[in-house]
Unconditional design. Structure first.
Length: 296
């Protein structure tokens, strides 16, 4: 009688099934690890934003001549605008752990990785929130300032909060944020152009110009100016680290004027606004000088 060594078909099928099960378990474990890490990073961003806001606002109490969030004097009669604070953090090194092209600070709490900053019920105070979609919990912390009209009794809160399918779908379809590399002017006309870096800071000395449409649409790639070190700057060249962006649009009669000529503005690529650093006022970029008004 001949003995032949080998595997029966049923044995091979069992081995394949076991390998498939182990692979599936490995994928689930890995995805769970990534999901936990993203949720913890969002919580870390939330805590860091709260801590930074407290530090900035506390410094104003100590030093009235200081500036806070890079755009407002501490001796101002008004508290910093929510949009200005949001822009400060969106231009920082903080990143959204779920999507690096999304802002860290936004308005939709159901957009994964988003921290929301809003005005509190107490005038002069701020509400900072985020939702852990793994735990279905909304976390809230209150940040007070020297402009707060009264003390807030409850400084933090945790409550059940489940994002609906509708808000999750809206979040997933949101467009990538604008950057210096994919900038599109707010209109196709002429306007006051400012030369800014990727963080929206104006080029010192020669950052403001009266511009036609070709300043903003990338059809002047060879025009250049100089930075403070004598290096050539090409604000119309694709991929450049400097860019012409439109602040105010031209008037109906074609006149161009800008409050930014002294280098005192900062542009926010995330929402297409610019801030007058002298007084903290924020404006929607591209609006005509005939009608433009602060939005804060």
């Amino acid at each position: 009688m001949n003995n032949k060594n080998g595997f029966a078909l049923i044995e091979l099928l069992v081995v394949v099934a076991l390998i498939s099960i182990l692979s599936a378990v490995g994928v689930v474990t890995y995805n769970g690890y990534i999901s936990n890490a993203q949720d913890k990073k969002t919580q870390s961003n939330f805590n860091q934003i709260v801590s930074t806001m407290n530090n900035e606002l506390a410094n104003c109490r100590i030093n009235p001549s200081a500036r806070l969030f890079n755009n407002q004097n501490c001796d101002s009669l008004f508290e910093p605008d929510v949009n200005a604070i949001s822009s400060f953090f969106n231009a920082s090194t903080l990143t959204n752990p779920y999507n690096k092209d999304e802002n860290v600070v936004g308005s939709n709490l159901c957009n994964k990785g988003t921290v929301a900053i809003s005005s509190s019920n107490v005038s002069g105070s701020y509400q900072v929130q985020y939702v852990s979609q793994k735990k279905d919990i909304k976390y809230t912390k209150i940040v007070e300032s020297k402009w707060s009209s009264e003390s807030t009794e409850q400084m933090s809160k945790e409550e059940s909060y489940k994002c609906s399918a509708q808000t999750l779908t809206a979040s997933a379809s949101s467009a990538p944020k604008q950057t210096i590399y994919n900038y599109k002017p707010p209109n196709s006309g002429s306007g006051a152009g400012i030369i800014v870096d990727e963080n929206g800071n104006m080029l010192a000395g020669s950052g403001g110009h009266a511009c036609g449409p070709n300043c903003f649409d990338g059809t002047m790639p060879n025009w250049y100016t100089f930075d403070s070190n004598g290096n050539k700057i090409y604000p119309g060249k694709p991929g450049s680290n400097w860019r012409w962006v439109m602040a105010e649009g031209a008037s109906a009669s074609g006149n161009i004027a800008s409050r930014c000529n002294g280098g005192n503005c900062r542009y926010n690529f995330a929402d297409g606004t610019f801030t007058d650093l002298r007084n903290g006022q924020i404006f929607q970029a591209g609006e005509s000088i005939d009608t433009i008004k602060p939005i804060n």
